[in-house]
Design a protein around this ligand. Structure first.
Ligand code: FES
Length: 157
């Protein structure tokens, strides 16, 4: 269920907008923040608020890399697979992450802590190879640096 404060704020913004559908990404992100991912219930809520169909929301949700239609872990790791990171060692680092976490790309660790996903260029090309964990970007990745990041996140409560 969408928290009433979130719903009220979204409804206020939608009422003030000249073109309410322009807020669709904001609405999806707010619903995702409340549910942890864009659940079917959240899709229906977003559609209702914006006078759109659930299919229209679904089409947009699956277009955006950072909208999740399935539950994700507490830390979502997006490793960049665009051209500069690819040239700077994306494949062995991706394989190292998979091996370290014991999952394949697109999966979540059994403890629900990490989800591993690909990403388009993160804008960190000058520090490639790069990955983003939730909203924090890490560059100049090496296996050692990945170990330190995973260790730190694994120890957080
Ligand atoms: S190509 Fe990876 S950050 Fe730009």
């Amino acid at each position: 269920m969408l928290p009433s404060a979130v719903k009220t704020e979204l409804e206020r913004r939608i009422a003030e907008a000249d073109h309410p559908k322009e807020l669709v990404v904001d609405v999806m992100m707010a619903c995702q923040a409340a549910y942890g991912y864009l659940s079917d219930e959240a899709v229906a809520i977003a559609a209702g608020m914006l006078d759109m169909t659930p299919l229209e929301i679904e089409e947009l949700a699956t277009f955006y890399n950072y909208i999740y239609r399935e539950p994700v872990g507490r830390y979502v790791i997006h490793i960049c697979d665009s051209v500069v990171c690819w040239m700077e060692g994306y494949i062995p680092l991706r394989d190292y992450l998979c091996q370290t976490l014991g999952i394949e790309m697109g999966e979540t660790t059994p403890d629900g802590r990490f989800t591993l996903l690909p990403a388009c260029c993160l804008g960190y090309c000058d520090r490639a190879p790069a990955m983003m964990v939730n909203k924090r970007v890490y560059g100049f990745l090496t296996p050692e640096k990945i170990d330190a990041i995973i260790d730190e996140l694994s120890s957080e409560e």
